[in-house]
Design a protein around this ligand. Structure first.
Ligand code: ATP
Ligand code: MG
Length: 414
């Protein structure tokens, strides 16, 4: 199987000023071409270090893609590093210079002399056209390996990859086909899922299954490799079936479909409406719901009732209930949900009240204590959670968990 290594170039990537999003884009797109990435190097704007990374990357992989350092300034050294690594001097190409000059002329900007550097590529290599900027990319072959240098600017890098490099990589003979499916889960911890899946998670099996976690959402990525498309598809389908049998309703979606999108689909199918009443999440739940285009079809309204007074004034939660049980209590969560449903005349209402911290805890009400209530038909269901980590995590997790409670209700009705 052909493999890739990526070299991300730039001081800003090592100082934390810039997040390396180019690698994310490239690794995902290469995998779609059945080319897994086996190594990623991040190096500063330093010719020795770039050259060394190119050599190391060529030990690891068949396709080496560098991004960054193709600009015109003295800290842009990828051209020189490629020349050193290929053992081939930089040569000015008149056709590239003409294009760069035209780029500036058509924008009525004076070209600075150092932009001329961008028309130089190592002798024997091929330029990759840049449709969005001045710097052409470089494509070179050495001892059976493919080397490509793409710009650092993410939009230019993506355009050059899609329009110039992808067609070339697509034509390479495929030794293996890789197919990928993501299954997204909510409502069980990572270790419980791992225990349930057991040997399916073995590292030496095909398909290989990886687990990642993000605010309570657990994603299983299934990678099936085979000599031909059919075998890979059969391997993938067999694993998807086994995992679905084992995890059942814990799985809420496939690939990039989010929990709010899943809720939206279910509510739309059932022609039902939803309202929200939020205390500690203060609109986060409403935001997640309305991030989905078309949410107007099912989301009616939401209340942010942060203070006790607002809970009473806006949602008719009685002062007595708040006084007796406290604002963070199952009774208040239930009253918020019940009254929100009634006031909005919605089919469902979700309510959240909790202690996001870092202050506000009491001995019997710790940070992370959250009550979530769902009012539906003539019933109210309230659940208690104690989430860990920090304020933003607790708030995000609370909103996502509320959505999951609604999802489980909606699928149990079907
Ligand atoms: P330029 O002509 O702008 O100098 P370049 O090809 O030399 O282009 P860089 O100078 O390395 O590229 O980076 C240009 C911009 O792209 C910078 O703002 C940088 O932060 C951003 N960038 C570079 N590499 C990455 C990366 N791996 N992920 C995300 N952004 C990046
Ligand atoms: Mg630069």
């Amino acid at each position: 199987m052909k493999t890739a290594a990526i070299i991300s170039i730039g001081n800003e990537l090592l100082s934390g000023r810039t997040l390396d999003t180019n690698t994310k884009f490239l690794t995902e797109n290469l995998l779609e071409l059945s080319v897994p990435t086996v190594a990623v190097y991040t190096v500063p704007d330093d010719i020795e270090k770039i050259t060394r990374a190119c050599r190391l990357a060529a030990d690891d992989a068949d396709i080496i893609i560098a991004t960054g350092g193709l600009g015109p300034t003295p800290d842009d050294l990828t051209r020189n590093a490629f020349a050193a690594m290929l053992n081939s001097p930089l040569k000015l190409q008149q056709d590239l210079l003409d294009k760069i000059e035209l780029y500036f002329k058509s924008r009525k900007i004076n070209m600075s002399p150092n932009n001329k550097n961008q028309a130089c590529i190592p002798k024997g290599s091929t330029p990759l056209p840049n449709n969005l900027g001045t710097a052409p990319g470089i494509l070179a072959k050495k001892t059976g390996k493919i080397f490509a240098a793409l710009p650092g600017v993410p939009s230019e890098m993506k355009d050059m990859f899609q329009n110039s490099l992808r067609p070339i990589l697509k034509q390479l003979p495929k030794e293996k086909i890789i197919l990928i499916k993501k299954l997204n889960c909510f409502g069980a911890g990572e270790s419980k899922i791992a225990n349930t899946l057991g040997p399916l998670l073995d590292r030496d099996r095909n398909p290989l299954i990886n687990i990642t976690i993000h605010f309570g959402r657990i994603t299983l990525t299934i990678n099936a490799a085979a000599d031909d498309q059919n075998t890979a598809q059969n391997l993938l389908d067999a694993d998807i079936k086994q995992i679905r049998d084992k995890l059942s309703t814990i799985i809420f979606s496939e690939d990039d479909t989010t929990l709010p999108q899943t809720i939206g689909k279910l509510l739309t199918e059932k022609n039902k409406t939803l309202a929200t009443a939020e205390s500690c999440t203060a609109g986060l739940l409403a935001k997640l719901i309305t991030d989905v285009p078309g949410s107007t079809a099912y989301y009616t309204q939401g209340w942010i009732t942060y203070s006790n007074k607002s809970k009473t004034q806006m949602l008719n939660v009685t002062e007595e209930i708040i006084e007796k049980h406290g604002a963070v209590s199952p009774q208040v969560a239930a009253a918020m949900a019940q009254n929100a449903k009634k006031l909005a005349a919605a089919d469902y209402a979700l309510a959240i009240t909790g202690i996001a911290g870092p202050k506000g805890s009491t001995p019997d009400k710790p940070i992370g204590l959250v009550y979530i209530a769902l009012a539906s038909e003539d019933k109210i269901k309230t659940e208690k959670f104690i989430f860990s980590h920090d304020r933003s995590f607790i708030r995000e997790r609370s909103a996502q968990t509320a959505l999951n409670i609604l999802r489980l209700k909606l699928i149990s009705n079907s």
